[in-house]
Write a protein that binds this ligand. Structure first.
Ligand code: GLU
Length: 493
């Protein structure tokens, strides 16, 4: 193992959303690329908003995506004593102080500052309180927070961001920030640093929305006499209206689970998400796991925000075409090209849920099942399509597509007599294979003086319910003689 150590530290306040998953993917890839370690840490210090279900959901989502972590999950709350000890140490070193200003006073002063067009940051009022004064107020039971004392220095603090280059901020623009609340709970800013130091984190790859935290955290590293890790801030993921994608604004359509339930393959989702904010110089789009690990580098992370192209405002549209066309096309690519025995597991899982699964698909009909899903996948985009558009191969109660009915059946009234006749002809066959079926159907058309296209399209719609599909004779073989002749005969009724 190299000395690269990265982490994914989600706050368990909701499901795993695509933004979080993308952060996890980037960190995981970086660890795998450098033979380093990928740590999972659950940042559950916000006890009011953190839930057990959310933790389960996040772990489940990461496992499903195949993002295996090397250590953890650690739970931030378990290190509470360490966080408090760090705050105490900063107090003792004179690098932090107790602030007794109440929320009401702070609000009032902020309003005043706004009115006078001054900076609204904390004015440092409690910074210079004498030891005696502090003791006196404590004795009176006045609640206090602990604030970090931002050094009074000229100039700027900064770091070299691996994505964005040099980032700097004037010391004078950073207010003394709170590290422990008045109820004694330490804040994310501090806990996160203490944990990253303990876990030996070498690189922090996270969203640009954390950049304001990074500046303040650098001050904490300095105060705690530790070298900060390397920072790389990733671009944000925006919706088509250029709003930041978030659980709060977009709800379930941005959760990993949403895509899972709609028949996405985990690796296809990983492959798609990595392209939201990272690219190779030749803008390649499809990567196997090994190829992606090989190709990934922080240098390829974009500076500009990326857009996740679903339509968040049109709920109806989401239902029909619920996601980014690129996501769908990447999913289709994997679904159509992956080894069929791998595909089998996914289709099986979905068929069990859709009540289409039969035990024989594991035994005597497994070979048939494999060749059938292999045949029909060529037009499918998601795992759900097998039950949705391929139902006729596995069950007798399947819907007939309206467009197909109009175009392939109702427009050709002669089929009402022809297809049952064809059914009788086929019923007499002793064998059932592609070549024979093709010969028979073509001969039938010639004899009846009808264009083969009309009959073939008619057969397709009657036996599969669809407008289009794989070669019709392959379909007839896959569906089987009994079902085909019954369905063709049925048209007369
Ligand atoms: N718990 C923080 C979050 O979920 C972690 C941010 C970080 O330091 O990477 O946003």
């Amino acid at each position: 193992m190299s000395d690269v150590v990265v982490r994914f530290p989600p706050s368990p306040t909701g499901y795993l959303h695509i933004g979080g998953a993308r952060t996890a993917i980037f960190n995981w890839l970086f660890a795998r690329k450098h033979g380093g370690k990928f740590i999972l840490r659950i940042e559950n210090t916000d006890t009011e908003r953190s839930t057990r279900e959310s933790v389960e959901g996040i772990l489940d989502g990461l496992r499903w995506l195949g993002l295996h972590w090397d250590e953890g999950p650690y739970f931030q709350n378990d290190f509470h004593k360490e966080h408090i000890r760090a705050a105490q140490m900063l107090l003792e070193m004179g690098l932090a102080y107790k602030c007794f200003c109440s929320k009401e006073e702070l609000d009032k002063r902020r309003q005043q500052a706004l009115h006078e067009k001054r900076s609204i940051g904390y004015d440092g009022r409690c910074r210079g309180l004498s030891q005696d004064e502090v003791k006196k107020r404590e004795k009176k039971g006045i609640p206090y927070v602990i604030r970090f004392k931002v050094p009074e220095r000229e100039g700027k603090i900064g770091y070299d961001d691996k994505v964005l280059g040099r980032i700097e901020k004037d010391y004078s623009e950073i207010e003394d920030f709170v590290i422990v609340r008045s109820n004694g709970t330490p804040l994310y800013l501090l806990c996160n640093v203490v944990d990253d130091i303990r876990d030996g984190i070498t690189h922090i790859i996270r969203g640009q929305d954390h950049m304001a935290n990074t500046i303040r955290q650098l001050l904490l590293y300095e105060a705690l006499k530790k070298t900060p890790p390397v920072f790389a801030h990733m671009p944000l993921t925006l919706d088509p209206r250029k709003r930041k994608i978030s659980k709060r604004t977009h709800g379930e359509v941005v959760s990993v689970q949403f895509y899972r339930e709609r028949g996405f393959l985990p690796w296809a989702l990983v492959n798609f998400l990595v392209l939201l904010g990272w690219h190779t110089s030749d803008n390649r789009e499809i990567f196997s796991k090994e190829e992606l690990i090989e190709a990934f580098s922080i240098e390829g992370i974009s500076k500009a925000n990326s857009v996740f192209n679903f339509n968040p405002d049109d709920k109806e549209k989401i239902k029909k075409f619920f996601t980014d066309p690129k996501a769908l096309s990447i999913n289709a690519h994997y679904l159509r090209t992956m080894p069929v025995d791998e595909l089998y597991e996914y289709v099986k899982e979905d068929f069990i849920k859709s009540n289409l699964w039969r035990k024989e698909y594991e035994d005597e009909k497994k070979e048939w099942f494999l060749s059938t899903i292999d045949l029909i996948r060529s037009r499918f985009h998601t795992i759900k399509d097998f039950a949705r558009y391929g139902r006729a191969y596995f069950a007798d109660d399947f819907p007939i597509d309206e467009k197909a009915l109009k175009k392939n059946i109702l427009k050709h009234p002669q089929l009402k007599a022809l297809l049952p006749m064809l059914s009788d002809v086929l019923n007499g066959l002793e064998t059932w294979n592609i070549e024979l079926l093709e010969d028979i159907v073509r001969a039938f058309c010639e004899k009846e003086g009808v264009k083969p296209g009309i009959v073939i399209n008619g057969i397709r719609t009657v036996i599969t319910g669809q407008l289009k599909g794989p070669g019709i004779f392959d379909c007839m073989v896959a569906i089987g003689k009994d079902r085909v002749i019954k369905r063709l005969a049925h048209l007369a009724k």
